[in-house]
Design a protein around this ligand. Structure first.
Ligand SMILES: [Zn+2]
Length: 262
């Protein structure tokens, strides 16, 4: 991953994605943007306490910085499912410039050009996918629930089934999200995770490693380890730069992960 700065807005990008010259992409942060008050910054969430006009302006800034086709940005109403939508021409713009019926959906896949797919998060794990051979992209939101449901592996499986992608060609970028340093659960609640992703935290709490869990799910379905680019940036440790639900509670906005085929 490398940093890309536009004025006071700082993005993370994956070198392997950029090197293909096939996509515009990036992980946004909190700095810059026009949102005011508790959520101040580059908030991309419409379902938080922010002025919708500010949110739309933030989208315009991100689109300009990353050379995205603003009118065709596709958003989903994320609810921690493992539902992934195959985005077609009729979906272009849904959620931002057009009314949307994309509900209870936590992943988007397409082979359409000039159609940015965006997911947002504030601690949850955002993943971007690109198969440079078949020219197929995906954006996935994997909170702990989505990770337990295996949504990242499901994205690979859908890329195979619907577009004939070979997992060994697929590039994945995993963006800023809560790290194994900060994601704590009560021991009884941590039973939903395989024990190899757990470690002992302070005060009887258990630490959970969603980064490793997503990494393993991807390699288990044939993605090559060297094709997975982990930012390893923890949104709680870097809550100065990122929105973090665990840090700011209800006073938090959302950052985005976006990818578009040129
Ligand atoms: Zn941390």
């Amino acid at each position: 991953m490398y940093e890309f700065q536009a004025k006071d807005r700082i993005y993370l990008k994956s070198r392997s994605f950029s090197n293909t010259n096939l996509v515009c992409h990036g992980f946004t942060g909190r700095l810059g943007g026009v949102s005011q008050g508790n959520i101040c910054g580059l908030n991309l969430g419409f379902r938080v306490q922010d002025n919708p006009d500010s949110v739309r302006e933030n989208y315009r800034l991100v689109a300009e910085d990353l050379a995205l086709c603003y009118p065709r940005i596709v958003l989903a109403k994320q609810t921690h499912t493992d539902t992934i939508r195959l985005v077609t021409e009729a979906d272009a713009g849904k959620g931002l410039t057009a009314p949307s019926d994309i509900e209870d959906t936590d992943g988007l896949i397409t082979n359409l050009t000039n159609t940015p797919l965006m997911v947002f998060s504030a601690d949850c794990v955002p993943l971007l996918f690109l198969d440079p051979e078949t020219k197929v992209i995906a954006a996935i939101h994997a909170g702990w629930r989505g990770t337990v449901k295996g949504i990242a592996a499901k994205a690979v499986s859908m890329m195979q089934t619907h577009f004939g992608c070979d997992p060994k060609n697929i590039l994945v970028a995993i963006g800023p999200s809560i790290g194994p340093c900060c994601l704590t659960f009560d021991p009884e609640d941590a039973a939903v995770f395989p024990s190899r992703y757990l470690s002992q935290g302070e005060n009887g709490k258990v630490l959970v490693d969603l980064w490793a869990m997503n990494q393993d799910q991807l390699t288990n379905v044939g993605v090559l380890p060297q094709n997975i680019d982990q930012s390893k940036v923890c949104t709680v440790c870097r809550a100065d730069r990122y929105y973090s639900y665990r840090t700011h509670k209800e006073h938090t906005g959302r950052q985005g992960a976006v990818i578009m085929l040129r």
